[in-house]
Ligand binder design. Structure first.
Ligand code: E4P
Length: 250
């Protein structure tokens, strides 16, 4: 990843501070992934013109009723046909050999597949293996800065801190993103910070403030970013004035 220019940033809770000199702002853009296995929602998000990728997990696949190895594999291919960007496909195995076998087979489905691996000992070993082979990875179920450091050291492409689940247990999820940003910038780790378990639009805004590379969001959170009552009222007024002027001229 390219270094970001030095910039002032106002964190949510602390006084303004100067970010690490290795950071540059404006050379990258914040990516939006959609966090679902629903093809209809993925299409809807894709049509908005701001979608960069997709994340799935076994619970999201089950929610769509997708089961059985062949159906699951076909579903990932179908997602890749809709979105031209990273598509995370999670392994079910929890042992090193199983994760490697499953991950290599998932990666062979489509060049955009990112193998999602849980933050466990064998998972970190598997991340290193995939990194050596040039296979993209997403280290999931990350709840601490130490886990994020391990993922980066193993060469993960993305690290997924679960901010909503942390908030659920009275721990500041966005603060974890900020901590990981500082650590990665201190050493120039290229692993992208993918804020996961995003629940609402303010999560997205706060993640953007502290420099997450990606937010993976439910469609509802992305759609909520569009809305502001003053936009609605302002547009109504513009159009009403236009109609009035047209009526006077006629
Ligand atoms: C995505 O990669 C994660 O699996 C997902 O964001 C978890 O979200 P949840 O905490 O809402 O289940």
């Amino acid at each position: 990843m390219e270094p970001r220019p030095l910039a002032m940033q106002v964190p949510r809770f602390a006084a303004p501070r100067l970010l690490s000199p290795s950071r540059t702002v404006g050379m990258n853009h914040m990516k939006f992934f959609i966090d679902t296995a629903s093809l209809a929602q993925i299409k809807e998000a894709q049509d908005l013109g701001v979608l960069d990728g997709v994340t799935t997990n076994p619970s999201l696949m089950a929610k769509e009723g997708i089961s059985g190895e062949e159906r699951v594999r076909q579903h990932y291919v179908d997602i890749c046909k809709i979105v031209d960007g990273p598509v995370s496909a999670e392994v079910i195995s929890t042992d090193y050999e199983g994760m490697v076998r499953e991950g290599e087979s998932l990666a062979a489905l489509h060049p955009n597949i990112v193998v999602k691996v849980p933050m466990i000992r064998d998972g970190v070993k598997a991340l290193k293996h995939f990194s050596n082979k040039g296979i993209k990875t997403n280290c999931t179920l990350v709840f601490s800065a130490g886990q994020a450091l391990l993922a980066a050291k193993a060469g993960a492409t993305f690290v997924s801190p679960f901010i909503g689940r942390l908030d659920d247990v009275s721990t500041d999820g966005v603060r974890l993103i900020e901590q990981i940003r500082t650590i990665y910038d201190n050493y120039g780790y290229a692993t992208e910070i993918l804020a996961a378990s995003v629940r609402h639009p303010m999560h997205i805004i706060h993640c953007a403030e502290v420099g997450a590379d990606v937010a993976t969001c439910p469609l509802s959170a992305i759609l909520a970013l569009f809305d502001h009552p003053l936009t609605t009222i302002g547009l109504e007024k513009f159009l009403a004035d236009h109609r009035k002027a047209a009526a006077v001229k006629a």
